[in-house]
Ligand binder design. Structure first.
Ligand SMILES: NC(=O)c1ccc[n+]([C@@H]2O[C@H](COP(=O)([O-])OP(=O)(O)OC[C@H]3O[C@@H](n4cnc5c(N)ncnc54)[C@H](OP(=O)(O)O)[C@@H]3O)[C@@H](O)[C@H]2O)c1
Length: 178
């Protein structure tokens, strides 16, 4: 398989991607000094966004759809309800991770941004994630939606790079060992 699946996500220091109700108020409103934390470079490197229904519903609340130039797939065990104006831009899928990877590759995707806690967990569990860029925010929120979950075997990663920001965020990129 030549398709690459990457994660680019922020967590609290205690490992949550959102509060239990999905809120993200603990995330810094802006990165320090106009820094985009590598987001644009990451975005330029991917051609497809794959997200879980939970993340899709959250992104809808942000206003303008931010992925207009990317192929986008929303994962749901049922049929995700895609907003009418976004239907030309977004596919819904209920395929299992390996079948979805085969489908995406066969239909032209080369580099996929995997987003959403449960979606990331299921792709990690299936051994499909190649790279994880994790930005850790120096805040403990005590409870929430976890980034990581159960695995059938340990996943070993190599640290490719790490940097810190003036506001205490630490961003590390890990490559999953094969
Ligand atoms: N901190 C950050 O950088 C960051 C980034 C992204 C998201 N978030 C936050 O994370 C929250 C959403 O995360 P989440 O843990 O709920 O996960 P999610 O992956 O966004 O959404 C979970 C849903 O996706 C579907 N799904 C996921 N994996 C599937 C699979 N293998 N097969 C079929 N369906 C699958 C299911 O939908 P159905 O229930 O319809 O079956 C599942 O309930 C939101 O609050 C969002 O704001 C934070």
């Amino acid at each position: 398989m030549t398709i690459k699946f990457s994660v680019y996500i922020a967590t609290s220091l205690d490992g949550f991607i959102a509060r239990p109700d999905g809120s993200l108020d603990w995330l810094p409103q802006a990165a320090p000094d106009g820094e985009d934390c590598g987001y644009q470079a990451f975005s330029d490197s991917i051609d497809t966004v794959l997200m879980g229904r939970g993340t899709y519903e959250k992104v809808l609340t942000f206003g303008d759809w931010p992925y207009k130039t990317k192929r986008t797939v929303v994962l749901s065990s049922g049929q995700a309800t895609i907003r009418n104006d976004l239907k030309p831009l977004i596919e819904s899928s209920s395929l299992a991770p390996c079948a979805l990877a085969d489908y995406l590759e066969a239909t032209g995707s080369k580099s996929v941004y995997v987003d959403g806690g449960k979606t990331i967990q299921s792709f990690l569990h299936a051994g499909l994630i190649s790279e994880i860029t994790l930005t850790v925010i120096p805040v403990l929120i005590g409870a929430g939606l976890p980034l990581f979950g159960p695995l059938s075997a340990d996943v070993h990663l190599d640290l490719a790079s790490s940097r810190s920001f003036a506001n205490g965020m630490v961003q590390s990129t890990y490559v999953v060992r094969r």
